[in-house]
Design a protein around this ligand. Structure first.
Ligand SMILES: Nc1ncnc2c1ncn2[C@@H]1O[C@H](COP(=O)(O)OP(=O)(O)OP(=O)(O)O)[C@@H](O)[C@H]1O
Length: 581
């Protein structure tokens, strides 16, 4: 509801004009009823002189009605488009500010369906349904007053239908809203599934998952269908009850009207005007069912958008940051002190302490699931430690804003994560204000110029969805160029070369060496051959640090690192032999 109220307040002036247009519309409708009555009276009294003036009045009424309806339609679609734009932008902005834990728990497809389908429903409601809900009772009231003037006994019959139809609406409205919310949730699940599958075409083709996915999709689509049928059933019951009540009142009133004409209580002209007016009284009530249903559906959609809007965003800015005033950001020393961290109740990091020294290369190694990526997530401020502290040049993360924390790092993730658009756009995401020279320098340092020069459109080449039109090594080098351009004091590398062949790896390694040169670097490494020259290697095991030292020191210990090194070296040799063969 809060979503609705805010938007109505914002576009109040549209609603005022629409209110005026509605009043003109009602006046025109009542005038048509008056015209019918008069024309009939003229015909009965054979007063042909009145025909022409009445015809002119009719033409004028039709013209005014036409213009008014155009203004009405235009304003409604404008409100609807404005509301949708506003809400979409608001939800998207909110989405960008959501915490990492929100993204961990919610599927992106569900967010997509809220921003698109739910948003459209709300736009329709605020542009159309709401006006109808105001116009219809007003129309019924005015027509009713006119009816009272013509014949109060007939008017009383029409009065019966209002409360009866409203009662049905109230009784069935809640069920419509609930069913539509469930239906939208199921739509969200289905959209998420389609998004997953469409983004993994190579996997479903290679693993021949077509029939399994077909089955899964059919199940989800059926679930949507069944929910929509349930929703349709309830709205149809409401619709048919309203129609039955409305038409019963109509038949009753016409019969009684005919009786009054037969007994010369009212004229035939009054009966004609009455029939028209009765339509205006009944129609709002019969259409009330569908408009009320639409409103309930849009309230369900508003609930789903409200759920996102009321999520607590990350606080990116913070007043009085100690780091800003204290330190020269380029010389960064990061200390992780006795960090404990758990996802829900599963402890992942246990009393973890690491010193990330300025200008040094720190490598993190350890078995899969030992908590290396989680450590990065904490460094980037995606999660707060449950215990312990992270300090930058002695300043605690709790005294820094998230903007400042994230400004400290450039990240080359394991999956390069490019965005649809050109190479240039993707590289500039590292620093949108960078000059053309800086960008080109970053491209050269990342060894990306070697392949970009071969593309006819150079930096303006489209990369495709998530960079699908580039090779793995090319994507990595674009991600490295993006990281170089950020010129952040600390570089985080997450197994950046793990999935590449030897040639690509060599190019990427060269690029990384450029990037790491004299820069504080933390790298998660699977290929231990790439970190032998690291200033410090931290070995993690089940969330704890079990060894720290240089490659030589750790090899002499003959402990975890030694074992890891031997196992991985064997694997790398096997891989190399495989690639040579
Ligand atoms: N968002 C999450 N919610 C709940 N548990 C998670 C989440 N992310 C990771 N985990 C769990 O935390 C543990 C550590 O995961 P993490 O990704 O940090 O390990 P890792 O050392 O980087 O592994 P790998 O080398 O395989 O990438 C794992 O047991 C994993 O299942």
């Amino acid at each position: 509801m809060a979503v609705f109220k805010g938007l109505i307040r914002k576009y109040w002036y549209f609603y005022v004009v629409l209110g005026l247009v509605t009043v003109i519309d009602i006046t025109m409708n009542l005038s048509i009823a008056w015209l019918f009555g008069n024309l009939t009276e003229t015909a009965v009294s054979r007063n042909t002189a009145k025909f022409l003036p009445l015809l002119y009045v009719g033409i004028a009424l039709i013209l005014i009605m036409g213009i008014n309806q155009y203004v009405n339609g235009y304003l409604k679609s404008r409100v609807s488009a404005n509301v949708q734009d506003e809400l979409r932008t608001l939800t998207f902005r909110k989405m960008l500010g959501l915490s990492q834990s929100y993204y961990d728990k919610h599927h992106s497809g569900d967010l997509l369906s809220r921003i698109t389908t739910d948003n459209k429903t709300i736009g329709g409601a605020l542009g159309h349904t709401l006006i109808e809900l105001i116009k219809n009772p007003l129309m019924a009231l005015c027509a009713f007053i006119y009816l009272v003037i013509i014949e109060w006994r007939l008017a009383l019959i029409s009065l019966l239908i209002g409360p009866a139809i409203l009662l049905c609406g109230v009784l069935l409205g809640r069920s419509i809203r609930e069913r539509s919310t469930v239906s939208q949730q199921k739509w969200g699940n289905m959209t998420s599934f389609v998004q997953d599958v469409a983004g993994a075409s190579m996997i479903f083709k290679v693993f021949r998952l077509e029939s399994i996915f077909n089955q899964k999709f059919s199940t989800q689509s059926r679930a949507v269908r069944e929910q929509e049928i349930k929703l349709g059933t309830t709205t149809s019951i409401l619709q048919s009850l309203s129609n039955m009540i409305g038409f019963s009142a109509f038949v009753l009133a016409i019969t009684y009207g005919a009786y009054l004409v037969a007994n010369d209580v009212i004229t035939i002209g009054s009966l004609m005007a009455f029939v028209q007016l009765m339509n205006y009284v009944i129609m709002p009530f019969t259409t009330f069912a569908s408009t009320w249903g639409e409103l309930q559906i849009s309230l369900g959609a508003a609930d789903r958008i409200q759920e996102v809007l009321k999520e607590q965003p990350e606080e990116l800015e913070q007043q009085d940051s100690l780091l800003r005033s204290n330190q020269e950001k380029k010389d960064v020393h990061v200390s992780l002190e006795q960090i404990d961290f758990a996802y829900s109740d599963r402890k992942v990091l246990d009393h973890l302490s690491i010193e990330i020294e300025h200008g040094k290369f720190t490598a993190i190694v350890g078995a899969s699931g030992s908590g290396k990526s989680t450590l990065f997530r904490l460094l980037l401020g995606f999660y707060n430690p449950d215990q312990g502290d992270i300090r930058v040049n002695g300043v605690s993360y709790s005294d820094m804003s998230l903007h400042e924390i994230r400004a400290l790092y450039a990240l080359v993730p394991q999956e390069p994560q490019l965005f649809t658009g050109t190479l240039r756009e993707n590289i500039l995401y590292g620093n949108p204000e960078a000059s053309e020279e800086d960008m080109k320098e970053a491209v050269v340092h990342a060894n990306a110029h070697l392949f970009i020069e071969q593309f006819p459109e150079g930096l303006d080449t489209q990369v495709g969805e998530k960079g699908s039109q580039l090779s793995g090594g090319q994507r990595q080098r674009i991600a490295i160029a993006r990281a170089i351009l950020k010129k952040a004091p600390v570089l985080l590398l997450d197994e950046a070369t793990a999935s590449l062949d030897n040639e690509s790896e060599q190019l990427v390694q060269d690029a990384l060496r450029q990037l790491m040169n004299k820069r504080t670097t933390v790298a998660i490494a699977h290929r231990l051959s790439t970190i032998q020259h690291a200033d410090k290697i931290v070995v993690m095991h089940e969330g704890k640090i079990v060894e720290t030292g240089t490659h030589e020191e750790l090899m002499q210990l003959c402990g975890h690192y030694y074992e890891l090194y031997r196992t991985r070296q064997n694997n790398e040799l096997i891989e190399e032999a495989g690639s040579i063969a």
